[in-house]
Design a protein around this ligand. Structure first.
Ligand code: FES
Length: 570
């Protein structure tokens, strides 16, 4: 079925259902001619809480223009909007809720294709997870990155500079008046964080995956090109409806491999791996972590953006966006993958180098980091894996052994990290427990443990830190994340005690707790699983959320739920 005849509400009389539907939609002022056109749904992810989506209304106008110029009927509809700073306890807790809303509303309402408007970190993966499961022809556009701000002649951007300058404020180098001035400049307009954070990472990975028209990932939110890209996206959605070009034809194993390789080449956010794993699981595809790790050895970091480098997304847009990155790593890509253009990825790769000098996208022969951005770690502390963003770490700490200083929870860390009595030195390893998917809940971006105040004031800027939490893509430091299984799932991280020795060797891909097995077995006797929350979404989340290596999706939302996990996997 097509158009208005699709997915009728069930009254036991299909003719009456269509009659009733048309009566109500005509109250919106549509003519029969309009209602006979291919219908393109548009997800309205605007919210007055979400500055990253401030430009969604004008984007919708542009998309609608494109749909109508191509002979379709655009119909926008609301979807949950998630902003990082307005999502208690953490946006990751809500990503699956947004994915469920997207899937069900795409499926419930009559549309022949859907335009997904993503932007802020969790929104792109949530929309693509939902669209993958609904499997209606879908095309993504994003709100685009913010332009940079300025303070005393220095360019500023959210949120690498938020963290860097807040660190200086904590260390007493920036006073209250100045940090207040800086606060006005860090997010100077609509759009997403303009460094290589999760939003930028997911936009670039989604374009590499084939779900967005070429060039869309990097266009700044305020740029007229952003609206032209929206118009083209709307027009293309009409064609995709006619071609029945569904996400399952585009989001293949080979396409995910392309996105994962781009994740390495851009020095992307650690969150990118979690989100790609969740999206892949919706299509019955498992991420091969060993292969991803090999990609990191083969594919250097080419993009010189903060937090690993120095530039911002508007600079990457001026340098050509994703195109030149794909051209540099083309030999290692599956270039025959289909994209939303209806052609192959190969047809989207620019054939010539630009005729001007730019230093944002480096050639493979002169990368900004020889290994890829991310490294998978294993060892007795992380039997199912852990992750480090080596490109944003301190080189001398990439091989390190130190004494554990343990915080049992986020609350414990907040209480004690700045205490003058905290027994800690710069050579110690800071450990945060119970901050994983179930334990926190929602696996918050708390893996960027602050440097204890007394060390920060003394000039310490980095230490080895590890947890079962995530970290913002905008953050930096020698930080081991996503330790799996998490503490709340009985992982060995729960057994670490103050004073234990912990060894990290990034080149060897190793994270080890140097405590003998008998001692750990004795400690395990004292461990107890957390209590299930009594009701609501939190109860569902607790029952069904999977560990980081499965993207923290709900087990029952995977195409093939994992046996023995959650209530759906028994
Ligand atoms: Fe929305 Fe950073 S807070 S992208």
């Amino acid at each position: 079925m097509k158009g208005m005849k699709k997915g009728l509400a069930q009254y036991g009389d299909a003719g009456f259902s269509l009659f009733l539907r048309k009566a109500f939609i005509k109250a919106m002022g549509y003519s029969d001619d309009a209602l006979d056109r291919p219908i393109v749904g548009i997800t309205d992810t605007y919210s007055s809480y979400n500055a990253c989506h401030r430009n969604v209304p004008e984007l919708i106008d542009a998309i609608k223009r494109g749909v109508m110029l191509a002979g379709g009927l655009p119909i926008d509809f609301p979807i949950i909007s998630i902003h990082e700073s307005f999502s208690h306890p953490t946006s990751m807790f809500l990503r699956n809720l947004m994915a469920m809303a997207a899937e069900e509303m795409i499926r419930a309402q009559p549309m022949d294709a859907v335009v997904l408007i993503g932007g802020c970190d969790k929104t792109v993966p949530a929309l693509l997870m939902g669209a993958a499961s609904a499997d209606v022809p879908a095309i993504l556009t994003v709100t685009g990155p913010m332009i940079t701000g300025s303070h005393k002649g220095e360019r500023l951007g959210a949120c690498t500079d938020c963290r860097r300058l807040w660190g200086k404020h904590r260390a007493g180098q920036i006073d209250q008046a100045e940090i207040d001035e800086i606060n006005d400049q860090l997010a100077p307009g609509p759009g997403t964080c303009m460094v290589m954070g999760t939003a930028s990472t997911m936009a670039l990975c989604a374009e590499a995956l084939g779900m967005m028209l070429p060039g869309g990932a990097c266009i700044p939110a305020v740029h007229a090109d952003r609206l032209r890209h929206g118009e083209a996206t709307g027009a293309r959605a009409v064609a995709m409806a006619k071609e029945d070009l569904r996400p399952s034809k585009i989001m293949t194993k080979e396409a995910f491999d392309n996105a994962l390789r781009v994740l390495q080449a851009i020095g992307g956010s650690t969150n990118g791996l979690i989100h790609l794993a969740a999206m892949a699981g919706r299509l019955g595809i498992d991420i091969d972590y060993a292969a991803f790790d090999r990609m990191g050895v083969e594919t250097p970091v080419l993009v010189d953006l903060k937090p690993s480098g120095q530039h911002y997304m508007e600079d990457l847009h001026k340098a050509g966006g994703l195109g030149p990155i794909l051209r540099e790593i083309e030999a290692d890509l599956n270039t025959q993958c289909l994209t939303v253009t209806g052609g192959t990825l190969a047809s989207t790769i620019p054939r010539t180098r630009p005729g001007w000098k730019q230093d944002v996208v480096r050639p493979v022969s002169d990368p900004i980091h020889k290994g890829g951005g991310l490294r998978v770690l294993r060892g007795n502390l992380a039997p199912n894996g852990a992750l480090i963003k080596q490109a944003a770490a301190t080189k001398r700490l990439l091989k390190h052994e130190g004494r554990a200083v343990v915080f049992k929870s986020l609350a414990d860390m907040a209480d004690r990290i700045d205490s003058p009595d905290l027994d800690v030195t710069a050579d110690d390893v800071l450990v945060l427990q119970n901050a994983g998917p179930k334990g926190a809940p929602g696996m918050p971006e708390a893996g960027y443990l602050p440097i204890p105040k007394k060390l920060a004031v003394a000039g310490v800027t980095d230490m080895v830190r590890l947890s079962d939490a995530r970290m913002s893509g905008t953050a930096f430091g020698t930080i081991v994340l996503h330790i799996s299984p998490e503490c709340a799932d009985g992982g060995p991280l729960a057994l670490v005690r103050d004073g234990d020795r912990i060894a990290l060797d990034v080149e060897a891909g190793m994270i080890e707790l140097r405590v003998d097995a008998a001692t750990l077995a004795e400690r395990r006797k004292g461990w107890s699983a957390p209590v299930r929350p009594a009701r609501g979404y939190y109860g569902l989340y607790f029952d069904e959320v999977l560990q980081a290596e499965h993207g923290c999706d709900f087990n029952f939302l995977r195409r093939e739920p994992l046996a023995g996990r959650g209530r759906s996997g028994v």
